[in-house]
Design a binder for this molecule. Structure first.
Ligand code: IVH
Length: 669
């Protein structure tokens, strides 16, 4: 008979092998359903036998909500950079230098230069023990718990690996993940990532590994280090690493002549545009490790390798005009309107000009021929003006002085790059933007009130600020174009449900400048209620962890405005939550004596919030379904095994809305 420990080991090995086939080889060996069933079996055993916990178990790939600060770790071998080259001539010089120094035959391995963030992984006895960022090259941040969530990084190796070694590579955010993340951030009015590199390194530094897991990073490994490496060439060592389970670039090629190297560079300069991840060049490495050793290092980089950087794609076109957009916070973004031009496979008509300093630095004039570059960025940028092409000089581009929407005089605070329209409560894009932010998923999560509906309600004079939302009546909504009575009822219902949104999210929803999700959490847990926060002095605000002068001043200024005081009074009157939930204060005994399992993903509250709600209403939240379970609170994507078990045992399934309905009618306050 197999012991639980053996069963756990067996399942972990099986799941690791399936993960490798799926993520690294792109060749699944099992259906998703069977995989999930095995994973659940493992999770159950691990829950029953916590002594066998292993951070490298495939069950740990989902990450955790716990905050973890990063510890600085010294690299056992410094993480060097490579000398950059930009032309065939410089590559030839490198090749000749190596030939002279070695005075023997040699091979050069050509690889893609991945444009992400570098990582150093340490494995001991086949297990990942540490993942450290480059940092300053000598020491970096220990980001192991985040790296464990990256599916293409093996947690346990297979085959004949050395007992201890390091492997280095690049962590990347694939283009499609990057684009959808930015779309999500745009909808939330969060700052966009300029390119997948910034997105990958930002993600790796997140404090919440569950969020890292959601962002689906990828990794390519390209450099094996250790005292006892299995093979004596770089190429063969990487082939070995691939056998142990690492994702190694299939684009790696051994070349024996300079012509071959140059032809390969040429090939990838075009072909790389079809890759799912960003690359910014090629890396050339002398293959033989002994020859590498003989060539040695300069103070900064190896003499046995160089990087060749691809030219960023450029186009030249005419600047027709500059327009100015007003965001939710009043920040003004200048945008260049261009003659349409083809660039990296898309037609570019607009380019961001960022701020007044950038415009002044370029000495832009209307009608100028300008160079646009895309590089790894999503929004093309203007990098220079072709002054030789100026025949007739147009008007100099002068940053506007007044708001294009409401005419208010713009302001620019000390040390800020952006100009702002100060008319927060009277400038239409700011008003509509604030309402859109207020109803967004991470704020009050009022489904159905989209951009168009908000614009219509605004035009009809029914919405002037966020408090008006709670005065909306079903007939007001039903009268709007394209909105039927059913949708109107649904919106009204979502508005009512939002009154239970916890204080931290309400605070975030108000849209106070610089108060994002994290700052809102810090402020809510420090002050507990809106009254305490309103009464706080700048000094008291600064005393809170991570709150600086800039945020403190902004919070203070927000609450000092009589319009905002009135707004908050109205929202309070409407019944929104303006204090932290008293976790140990029971709200009712509606669920008294009931055991409830939570399963799936939810729209209105997080799982933790539901757990709290169950307890506050006298119920008990339990982890797995059994004959003693009374209800399953089921969201979307409830696990099929749970569903089957529930049906077999006759456990009642209740959805999110019914659950909220049940408890909302039972408050005994
Ligand atoms: S080898 C000592 N190979 O480029 C040599 N680096 O400027 C170690 N990179 O920090 C690096 N793709 O982040 C190597 N195929 C590749 C690479 C690569 C991208 C990055 C890496 C490194 C930087 C060098």
């Amino acid at each position: 008979m197999t012991t639980p420990r053996e069963q756990i080991e067996q399942l972990r090995n099986e799941l690791n092998a399936h993960n490798y086939s799926y993520y690294v080889l792109n060749a699944p060996t099992i259906s998703d359903f069977e995989f999930d069933a095995k994973l659940r079996q493992l999770q159950k055993l691990e829950a029953d036998y916590p002594d066998y916990f292993d951070p490298n178990s495939p069950s740990q790939r989902v990450g955790s909500d716990l905050n973890e600060a990063f510890v600085q770790v010294a690299h056992s071998y410094p993480m060097l950079s490579l000398a950059n080259t930009y032309s065939a001539g410089e590559v030839t010089e490198f090749y000749e230098r190596v030939r002279k120094a070695l005075n023997d035959d040699f091979e050069v391995v050509c690889e893609l230069k991945y444009d992400g963030t570098s990582i150093s992984l340490t494995y001991e006895n086949g297990s990942l023990v540490r993942a450290v960022t480059r940092g300053d090259g000598v020491q970096g941040d220990d980001v192991t718990s985040n790296v464990r969530t990256i599916q293409t990084i093996p947690l346990r190796l297979q085959g004949d690996y050395p007992s201890k070694f390091e492997i280095r590579g690049e962590i990347l955010m694939p283009w499609d993940v990057f684009e959808s993340l930015n779309r999500e951030r745009e909808a939330q009015e969060e700052p966009l990532f300029a390119n997948p590199r910034n997105a990958a390194s930002g993600t790796l530094k997140l404090q919440n590994s569950a969020e890292v897991a959601r962002r689906k990073l990828d990794a390519y490994l390209y450099y094996l280090l250790g005292d006892k490496l299995p093979m004596d060439t770089h190429y063969d060592n990487l082939k070995k690493a691939a056998e142990w389970g690492f994702k190694v670039s299939p684009a790696m090629k051994k070349c024996t002549s300079l012509d071959e190297v140059l032809a390969y560079i040429d090939y990838w300069d075009k072909e790389r545009k079809n890759l799912p991840v960003a690359t910014d060049g090629m890396v050339l490495k002398v293959n033989n490790l002994l020859q590498q050793k003989n060539l040695g290092y300069t103070a900064k980089s190896p003499r046995w390798a160089i990087a060749y950087k691809f030219q960023a794609e450029k186009a030249c076109t005419r600047l027709n005009s500059v327009s100015y957009q007003v965001g939710r916070t009043g920040a003004i973004t200048p945008v260049a309107n261009l003659d349409p031009v083809q660039l990296s496979g898309t037609v570019v008509k607009r380019a961001s000009l960022h701020n007044a300093d950038i415009i002044a630095g370029l000495d832009l004039h209307i009608g100028d021929m300008v160079f646009v570059e895309k590089g790894g960025e999503i929004i093309p940028k203007i990098t220079a003006v072709d002054t030789d092409a100026r025949v007739l000089i147009g008007d100099k581009v002068q940053f506007i002085k007044t708001c294009p929407e409401c005419g208010s005089t713009l302001v620019r605070d000390d040390g800020e790059a952006a100009h702002y329209c100060p008319n927060e409560d009277g400038c239409s894009p700011q008003i509509k933007g604030k309402i859109e932010h207020f109803v967004s998923r991470k704020a009050m999560n009022i489904d159905g009130l989209g951009t168009e509906t908000i614009a219509l309600l605004y035009e009809k004079g029914l919405l002037r600020n966020v408090a008006d939302i709670y005065d909306l009546k079903v007939p007001d909504l039903a009268r709007l174009e394209r909105l039927g009575t059913k949708s109107a009822h649904n919106i009204k219902e979502a508005i009512d449900v939002s009154k239970q949104v916890p204080f931290t999210r309400v605070l975030f929803a108000l849209g106070i400048r610089y108060v994002g999700e994290t700052v809102a959490k810090k402020l809510a847990s420090a002050f507990h209620s809106i009254e305490a926060l309103q009464a706080a002095t700048v000094e008291e605000l600064i005393a809170v962890d991570e709150i600086g002068e800039r945020i403190a001043q902004s919070v203070k200024a927000y609450f000092e405005k009589p319009e905002h005081q009135e707004l908050i009074a109205r929202l309070k009157e409407a019944g929104l939550t303006f204090e932290m939930a008293e976790t140990n204060l029971p709200l009712s005994d509606t669920l008294s004596g009931l055991s409830i399992v939570i399963s799936g993903t939810f729209l209105h509250h997080s799982r933790d919030e539901y757990k709290l709600l169950i307890e506050q209403h006298g119920g008990k939240n339990v982890g797995s379904v059994s004959a003693k379970t009374d209800y399953i609170l089921a969201g979307d994507n409830m696990g099929p095994a749970k569903l089957e078990k529930a049906q077999k045992l006759g456990v009642k399934i209740i959805n999110e809305d019914d659950f909220l309905h049940l408890i909302s009618h039972s408050k005994n306050q």
